[in-house]
Ligand binder design. Sequence first.
Ligand code: BTN
Length: 321
Amino acid sequence: MVVMKGKILTMLKKRQGDFVSGQSICDSLGVSRTAVWKHVNQLKEDGYQVESVPRKGYRIISSPDVLTSEEIVPLLDTDFIGRNVINHHEVESTNLTAKAEGRSGCVDGTVVTTEHQTGGRGRSGRSWSSSPGEAVQMSIVLRPGTPPATAPPITQIGAAAVAVTLEAMGFAPKVKWPNDVLISGKKVCGILTEMTCELDRIDFIVMGIGINVNVKAFPKPVDEVATSLLLEGGRSLDRRKIAAEVLNRFEPLYRGYLKGNGKTYLEICRRLSWLEGKEISFEKDGITVTATAGDIDEEGRLEVHFPGGSSEKLLSGEVHL
Ligand code: BTN
């Protein structure tokens, strides 16, 4: 049922606003006229504006801003990232769904999207929430086939992909190592990367990306630390284009990293580093310590300089200003 609706939608979208006759849909997909009519009505319920004219057929007038396969895949120029999009209107967490898909053997680069998470998860056991339809919430399943030690930079590649996407849209994003993206010093995107692995090999990684796109307001005191593209830019933006562009920009950065010949993500994270030169604090052996953040090294580690003159490189973790 859902598959047939998707196929009809794809046929209509391919014609870019021109009419497709009901008969040609019936002939191509092997369904009755009544079935086509029912599916078109469902598309209308999903938010598509479809015009039906006797003897001409159906044509799409407008599409809703939803993160479905039919809306995202046509905007991709990737080889494998996002070629399989699994969309659920509502889920507990796209990371949880993506992990289930990963365990069931979904293809490398599968992306799980949703309009609403009922139990969105953040780092360090925090929650991540957003009103329905306001954010980009998606999780990418990656099967790098490499040892677990290669995983930490992958999360920075996600942050770099989001940051350059926002930069190309005219925003001035910063990357807060390892993987938050900020605008005006407030968080606009968070990334939660989870890994399932054997001792010597990653089985799969799930990288969950949450971007506050059309969030109109944050409750207090969250509004002091979080922002959205709507609040920063003053207008609503198309979530489909943002999701697709992040995936388009992620693939070459990720591929370069896996091949060992691409450190472009590092150049981006360094160029847009929010922390460099700032006083930070973080947990070390169960104690909160303070230091000055330095550069990000060739392995994506953050150099920190302690007041006594010694230095250290952090591989991953959470730092606070
Ligand atoms: C953080 O900054 O603490 C990470 C937030 C990650 C949120 C995203 S939204 C999509 C994916 N699904 C989740 O449950 N979390 C991530």
